[in-house]
Design a binder for this molecule. Structure first.
Ligand SMILES: [Zn+2]
Length: 665
């Protein structure tokens, strides 16, 4: 209840910046000239969101979380801040002797917010350079035109599509795609799930159980309360791997960089590290030797002096002297990569601190991750659905999706026949927060935290000003198609937003997810809930850069099943408030987003045969005043978060329905 006040409007947590404090980060819209430049951004380990938006001029805009100095560094990769308005839509016409072959892959329309939108994907034998446009004819004699943009990636042509769904006056009926080289194709426009369908549930169906953003402790309380209330329909499963905990070693940076050193306590801050302090003094008399003393919890370094009485100890000498002194319970290191040849100046008594800002009642202990198992028959005899959220800490909306779905399934068991059937025919495993340590850090310390809190960086990347960059990207830490297997879209840099970790499954958070798949072999469906961008995706989720070789594609039959199910699920999402997951954001991850080496859905699919889906909740919202689609962000004002939770909880329940209908073939 405490949280409602500080989370309703401005999500960023203001911090007083000191010399050892991190640079502030923000979400920016970057523009890169082409797909290859986007791949370079992915390769650089830049902290990209899932909101990737191709533009009419062939450039691509992508939302990213960056600090000012990171942004400056990205210019060399061809990324600039996107202009406030999209660039004009014009491509140079292509001329060539023979007409090209055009294939229309998808032409769909849908209704959203009372408006009609058209989306078209096509390909040309002329490849990405072909200049295509679409003309449509709709009901009541309406018509219109729009350019199609070609996409290429590592030299592989991916097809053409409209930049974003195009506003159409009436329902579009037919499209004609033409090419500047003379190619032409026509297709009927089919209906994509829109937001105009009535709620299929009977009257009295209860929903809307979410009233605020919730940190991990509250999420766990929530599922425990559900278990107490519905003991016959639920179990609480304590996942076997404890996280490292919302805790850090206590640190202090003494001196002025680069003539500075970092002190790090052996103990976590909460376990005594925060009680330690240190000072660097000068005796003021000539020709004294360097001396280090630990008095109780206070470290005193007395600097050597020269013949004039001036300090004469280098940073490296002080570091070596501290580390050679027994019983300090402190490790010293020079500033970053500086060799420490500079002379250190005196520093007044300084407290070491873990810098963690959560109130004391937020546990600093290793955390137990919980799952709620829902179903009438919780014996493995029914098709299992695993829904897990908040692998990425800052995606605060995602646990609201799984909690809302759990509540709906349980509270409607008595009064809704369809729900009763779902609970009889399936078992649903809900993990509201996979990454509770990172989530706490996101709530209380640094709202853009994506990864967990475990720092694998060496000393030169571990001074306190870098603390917002540590941790492992849980959704790059899995074993299928991983960085360690040579796949693309994860980083070996411990400070990168997509750091894969030192090894596959190095992190307890990812091991917990896989443990569920290994332990409950009836799980046939999994939904990995992320935000934001409005996607619904499935494997393959990664490829090798060389030749863009993806993990094996599902068979045509499986792919058709993925797509068919996706449309059912997206229809349920759209029914809530008419926001529509774009057709071009529905498909295999590698086709519609970017390569994500070592993600969980891939491991579940390739190693466990589980249909592994990903939601990127938070569809763009169409702004009729500007005619533009707008992104929603990681921590929108609660009103928007609530709406997203309602939508995607409906989508999740629809997936449970798909599972209830599933028969092993
Ligand atoms: Zn995510």
């Amino acid at each position: 209840m405490v949280l409602t006040t500080f989370l309703t409007s401005e999500p960023s947590i203001p911090a007083v910046a000191g010399p050892a404090d991190p640079e502030p980060a923000s979400i920016v819209v970057l523009s890169v000239p082409d797909r290859a430049a986007l791949e370079r951004l992915v390769a650089s380990g830049t902290d990209l969101t899932a909101r990737v938006r191709p533009q009419a001029d062939g450039s691509i805009q992508v939302d990213a979380v960056v600090t000012p100095s990171e942004l400056a560094g990205l210019r060399s990769l061809g990324a600039t801040l996107a202009p406030g308005t999209p660039p004009p839509a014009k491509r140079a016409p292509q001329t060539s002797a023979a007409p090209d072959q055009i294939v229309i892959e998808r032409a769909v329309w849908y209704k959203s917010g009372g408006r009609h939108f058209l989306s078209v994907e096509a390909s040309s034998s002329g490849g990405a350079a072909a200049s295509l446009s679409v003309a449509w004819k709709g009901k009541k004699g309406t018509s219109g035109e729009a350019p199609l943009v070609g996409f290429e990636n590592f030299g592989v042509y991916l097809g053409h599509e409209v930049v974003s769904p195009v506003l159409a006056e009436q329902e579009p009926l037919w499209v004609t795609v033409t090419s500047a080289s003379g190619g032409k194709a026509q297709a009927k426009v089919t209906r994509w799930p829109g937001g105009e369908r009535p709620d299929r549930h009977g009257r009295g169906y209860e929903k809307d159980f979410i009233s605020q953003y919730m940190p991990p402790a509250q999420l766990n309380e929530r599922i425990k309360a559900l278990h107490r209330r519905y003991p016959k329909l639920t179990d609480i499963i304590a996942l076997p791997n404890l996280t490292n905990g919302y805790r850090r070693h206590a640190q202090a940076q003494l001196g002025t960089p680069p003539n500075a050193l970092t002190l790090t306590s052996h103990a976590y801050g909460s376990e005594g590290g925060n009680d330690l302090s240190a000072e660097i003094v000068t005796p003021g008399t000539p020709d004294r030797a360097l001396a280090v003393q630990m008095n109780g919890k206070q470290l005193t370094v007395s600097l050597a002096t020269d013949a004039s009485g001036a300090p004469a100890s280098t940073v490296a000498q002080v570091v070596a002297a501290i580390n050679a002194t027994k019983g300090t319970r402190i490790q010293a290191s020079p500033y970053r990569t500086d060799p420490g040849a500079g002379i250190l100046a005196p520093v007044p008594l300084t407290q070491l601190t873990d810098s963690l800002k959560a109130p004391a009642d937020v546990s600093r202990d290793p955390a137990r991750v919980l799952a709620l198992r829902i179903g009438v028959h919780r014996d493995g005899s029914r098709t299992g659905v695993l829904a897990y959220s908040q692998e990425h800490a800052r995606e605060w909306v995602t646990p609201l999706v799984t909690i809302e779905a759990a509540e709906r399934l349980l509270r409607n068991y008595d009064n809704d026949r369809a729900t009763r059937r779902l609970l009889r025919e399936t078992e649903v495993f809900i993990v509201p927060t996979v990454n509770p340590d990172g989530a706490n850090y996101s709530f209380y310390d640094y709202n853009f935290q994506r990864k967990n809190m475990t720092n694998h960086c060496p000393a030169q990347q571990s001074d306190p000003a870098q603390r917002d960059t540590w941790g492992v990207d849980i959704n790059r830490n899995y074993a299928a198609g991983s960085l360690h297997d040579g796949y693309f879209g994860a980083s070996s840099n411990c400070q990168s937003g997509t750091f894969a970790g030192p090894a596959e499954h190095s992190e307890p958070e990812s091991r917990n997810v896989i443990w569920l798949a290994q332990t409950f072999r009836n799980i046939k469906f999994a939904l990995n809930v992320h935000s934001y961008g409005g996607y619904f995706m499935w494997p393959p989720g990664s490829y090798k850069q060389e030749g863009r070789v993806t993990l094996p594609r599902p068979t045509a039959e499986q792919e058709a099943y993925f797509l068919r199910s996706a449309r059912t699920i997206e229809e349920a999402i759209a029914a809530e408030r008419g926001t529509v997951t774009w057709p071009q954001k529905t498909g295999p991850v590698t086709d519609v987003l970017y390569s994500a080496a070592g993600n969980s859905a891939d491991e579940l699919w390739y190693d466990y045969g589980i249909f592994g889906w990903d939601f990127e909740v938070g569809n763009d919202i169409y702004n009729p005043e500007t005619g533009r689609w707008e992104g929603v962000g990681f921590q929108p004002a609660f009103e928007e978060a609530h709406a997203e939770a309602m939508e995607f909880a409906s989508g999740l329940i629809s997936l449970v329905g798909v599972a209830a209908d599933y028969r092993e073939r």
